[in-house]
Design a protein. Structure first.
Ligand code: ATP
Ligand code: MG
Length: 439
């Protein structure tokens, strides 16, 4: 196959056969976010590269190895590798942080990272994410986690464990970094090259390295929880008690340090063991320093990103139900050429009312049309021939039961319209509600 006929490595097509899975997940994430008071925001697919350097951080895998950047007329742009940086940039640029706080937004967007493609790890992937700016309360940490938890529950997912940790603030981290540097000093030559560079600038990044050698060395490293200042300790305790009140189970996991630099205090991941090594379906935390670091006021903030490919993989693996796509409600079969304009006219009348109606566009024989209507999953079939058009009488065939319902077509299809639109035959199908629950 010619190269231009192949999609780029690490990207996916979603064909109509699978789109209902995405529509199910997108519907649930949107509705859940709205229940918690988050509004949708849409931001550009690319931002200046500098924005990601300043926010995601110079010592992260994302910035060091994974960004897709292009230079256009001397400005360097990068396809967004995540959603937080662009969202915070948009909040600042649109003056949202001067309004009543906290500001709460969500997004569904594509992200781009140059990684080695494998199951659950793509070069173009999709995230649902939320960001809350303007609350320092540990209850906000719990609230953000509840958005993710309610989504996972609504989708019917099981056995997804919540891992939490606190990575403190710059105050506690200074002492912790010293302890880490002392710990890694003996084995610095064995660490991967990237981690050697991280020793001075951000030794905590070593804990997040994917190399098995670094992982092994890091397994005995000092734990940040032992270095938290009083304020961070108190924040973590109240956050945990909020989760207890909500009866959310979790494990405290000191290995969660998150891949991005902007996190402070609470960090968390929802992890499944069902889809292999790439088991983190949702990851997030607090980033109290980010907004100020980008040149705004000091506004505490937090959020998460949920990988939608991993979410759908897990749903498939667990046999979760997806909403079923709607199919054709009525297929109109013209018996001969003279009936085609009439079939078209009636179809368009009914579509205006929101019914899902199709008619023959392929010059099929009558027999072939029957087969095609069946393939479409049409609920009803209406045959239009010269006889029907003359007598203004036709039969609606229920494709499931085979039952034939006589209807009058009336002048200008008035009667047919009334019979079909005002019967309960098709149920409601207003635009936007085109997904009907399975069975
Ligand atoms: P990982 O450790 O798996 O590389 P990360 O720390 O780089 O993840 P984040 O930047 O926190 O991930 O992104 C949030 C979520 O987005 C992840 O938990 C995951 O569900 C999803 N995600 C991240 N990278 C990819 C990718 N390359 N392909 C598919 N999903 C991804
Ligand atoms: Mg990664």
């Amino acid at each position: 196959m010619a190269n231009y006929l192949k999609r780029p490595n690490g990207t996916e097509d979603v064909t109509p056969k699978n789109i209902h899975k995405w529509l199910t997940v997108e519907k649930v994430v949107r509705e859940t976010a709205e229940c918690f008071g988050f509004s949708e925001i849409r931001v550009p697919t690319f931002e200046t590269t500098e924005l990601f350097h300043l926010s995601v951080g110079e010592t992260t895998d994302v910035v060091q190895k994974e960004m897709y950047s292009v230079t256009a007329k001397e400005t360097v742009y990068t396809l967004r590798p995540e959603g937080t940086a662009g969202t915070i940039r948009a909040m600042l640029q649109n003056g949202m942080l001067a309004e009543a706080l906290p500001q709460k937004v969500f997004y569904v967007l594509s992200c781009f990272r140059h990684e080695r493609p494998q199951a659950g790890r793509l070069r173009e992937f999709h995230q649902f994410g939320i960001e809350m700016a303007g609350s320092a309360s540990p209850y906000a940490d719990a609230d953000v986690i509840m958005v993710a938890k309610q989504i996972l529950d609504t989708l019917g997912l099981k056995n997804i464990q919540l891992h939490i940790n606190s990575i403190g603030c710059p105050k506690c981290r200074a002492k912790y970094f010293d302890a880490l540097r002392a710990y890694f000093a003996d084995s610095v030559d064995t660490l991967c090259e990237t981690c050697q560079g991280r020793m001075q600038r951000n030794p905590m990044r070593i804990l997040d390295c994917k190399s098995p050698v670094c992982k092994e060395i890091a397994s005995g490293a000092p734990k940040i929880l032992d270095y938290l200042c009083e304020e961070c300790t108190e924040h973590f305790a109240v956050f945990r008690s909020a989760l207890d009140t909500l009866q959310v189970s979790y494990v405290v996991d000191p290995t969660i340090v998150r891949g991005l630099d902007y996190y402070t205090k609470t960090v968390f991941e929802f992890i499944t063991t069902d889809i292999g090594a790439q088991g983190t379906v949702c990851a997030g935390g607090r980033y109290d320093g980010l907004i100020e670091q980008l040149g705004g006021q000091s506004v505490p903030a937090l959020g998460f990103g949920m990988g939608l490919e991993r979410l759908i993989l897990t749903m498939e693996h667990q046999g979760c139900e997806f909403l079923q796509p709607s199919s054709c409600e009525l297929y109109i079969a013209p018996m001969e050429d003279a009936a085609r304009p009439e079939a078209m006219r009636l179809a368009n009348l009914l579509r205006k009312n929101g019914s899902r109606v199709e008619y023959d566009l392929a010059n099929r024989t009558f027999k072939a049309q029957m087969k095609y209507a069946d393939k479409l999953g049409a609920e009803y079939l209406l045959v239009l021939g010269s006889n029907e058009l003359e007598t203004k009488q036709a039969k609606l065939k229920n494709m499931k039961t085979g039952e034939q319902l006589p209807i009058s077509l009336g002048d200008d299809f008035e009667d047919a319209y009334t019979a079909i639109v005002f019967s309960d035959m098709f149920g409601d199908s207003p635009i936007g509600e085109s997904l009907i629950p399975k069975n």
